[in-house]
Design a protein around this ligand. Sequence first.
Ligand code: A2P
Length: 277
Amino acid sequence: MIKNEFYTLRGGNKINKVGLGTWQSSNEDAYTSVKSALEVGYRHIDTAFAYENEEGVGKALKDSGIDRKELYVCTKLPSHIKDVEGTKKHCEMSLKSLGLDYLDLYLIHAPWPWSDVGTDCREGNIEAWKAMIELKKQGKIKSIGVSNFSIDDIENLITATGEIPEVNQIRFFVGNTQEKLFEYCKSKNILIEAYSPMATGAVLGRSEISVLAEKYGVSPAQICIRYCLQRGTLPLPKSVNADRIKQNIELDFVISDGDMAYLNAFDGSEFKKPYRS
Ligand code: A2P
């Protein structure tokens, strides 16, 4: 069952194949959605300092009573922090908010501050990356990666440090698969995590998706999430609704090769924007 399946990251650690996304969830919503998710078998939770809900996530993890070793927690360095000391400080702050003594995965949230998308932060990214490598050596983080990084942004880190990110978390869904970046990450054995696997809900209303949902006897959301899995990416569906949270990890069906080809050709141009901000 998908609930019990893992990818293996290039560094050797295992990561649950589906995670709960918590972007745009308040602390209260994060608490209830993480609680619901853990009850129905999720073990992987994705948050970020910038979501301002790490306390809610942490409280739900603690209240669940589930063994820490069974949980998989990812959070992210704020996009404007681009120096060694700031990175270490924010890692400590996230650990404290989450009530944890290590993170399973820590990501640089974006190659530039959200307030200044596209600015050149090459030097700053290298500094943050060096700090993350050190934090990993210290055992505070098990695996390290990036989010919203382009091929150039990743190459910049590799050239400077020799350390290849284990994960790149990007906006990935039917019709928006960023093929060049996808192929590059595959060639480097960098796992792609798919955020907004339903285009924040926008793609769910498309008739092409509904037709397939009917054919497989599942919901449009399940088609979208299963599609990400069959592309070898790790979907992070977000929901604050207990029924939808449950449904979003019930993914033990197979989309045929023909239907995958149909979905690969899906025109998602109306939903395309490289980032979610
Ligand atoms: P809600 O949180 O009220 O369930 P994405 O993961 O692509 O960012 O999409 C998240 C959006 O899709 C949210 O608005 C969420 O609303 C909605 N959503 C999540 N799961 C489902 C589902 N199974 N069916 C319909 N809408 C869903």
